[in-house]
Design a binder for this molecule. Structure first.
Ligand SMILES: *Cc1c(COP(=O)(O)O)cnc(C)c1O
Length: 234
């Protein structure tokens, strides 16, 4: 077995153990393999081990990998853009990706909706919520969420799926659960307001247990699958 396939197996065990703590069905937690900084070969290896959903932070790097792997004919790949997205990159994202997790401005969602090619299904979107309140951080505040969700949900070329958050590393498990719990509350409030959401994107290599215990439906895991990254990332 390769390292990547062994790592994937270990992650499914971690997710399963976290689900067992709170009586959740592990089928309700999806694993997104974050392949930023790693070559197409690493993605292909994970694909051979059964992994289908991959996340990229940098648009051009992601699009290069998507093109290479399409040419190789790998079936069933699903691509998620999880990094900050600027207006001048929306077209290439709308044309190549299946999901964007980092929506924090209506303008970006509008451009993605307009630029989504007609032959493709709507682009799935998550709104990024900033729960620690860092002014320089991406994401909207909990207070701004309802209006943004309302505006994005009506756009024809996209489908609002849920929320994403990237909290600061917490000092301990309880503190991590408290922040993830806030994200879940935001999610539930939007559902109560009538949005048909199915995705709460939270948890990474270091904190996925706290995220799963708190209701995550999608964990975004890079280093625990592919190893340490060789250049720093946002
Ligand atoms: C890099 C990244 C991840 C994965 O982080 P790891 O700690 O390597 O698991 C998840 N989400 C986002 C938004 C990232 O940028």
């Amino acid at each position: 077995m390769t390292t990547i396939s062994a790592n994937l197996q270990r992650l499914h065990q971690r997710i399963g153990a976290a689900c067992a703590r709170v009586g959740r069905d592990p089928a309700g937690v999806h694993l997104l393999a974050v392949s930023k900084t790693f070559p197409a070969e690493a993605v292909q290896e994970a694909w051979a081990a059964g992994q289908r959903a991959f996340g990229e932070n940098y648009v051009q790097e992601g699009v290069d990998k998507i093109r290479v792997l399409r040419e190789r004919g790998l079936a069933g790949l699903e691509w998620h853009c999880i990094g900050p997205l600027q207006s001048n990159k929306t077209r290439v994202v709308a044309e190549h990706f299946d999901w964007v997790h980092s929506i924090d401005r209506l303008k970006i969602a509008q451009r993605l909706s307009e630029q989504r090619p007609l032959g493709l299904p709507p682009l799935s979107l998550c709104l990024q919520v900033n729960l620690d309140g860092g002014a320089n951080k991406a994401g909207v505040s909990a207070a701004e969420l309802p209006a943004l969700a309302q505006a994005v949900d009506g756009l024809p070329g996209v489908r609002l799926r849920g929320l994403m958050c990237i909290p600061e590393p917490a000092p301990d498990f309880e503190a991590a659960c408290a922040v993830f719990g806030q994200a879940r509350q935001c999610f539930e409030r939007l559902c109560e307001a009538g949005h048909a959401l199915d995705t709460l994107s939270m948890g990474m290599s270091a904190d996925l247990e706290a995220a799963v215990v708190s209701g995550s439906t999608l964990v975004r895991v890079g280093s625990a699958i592919f190893g340490a990254r060789s250049y720093p990332t946002a």
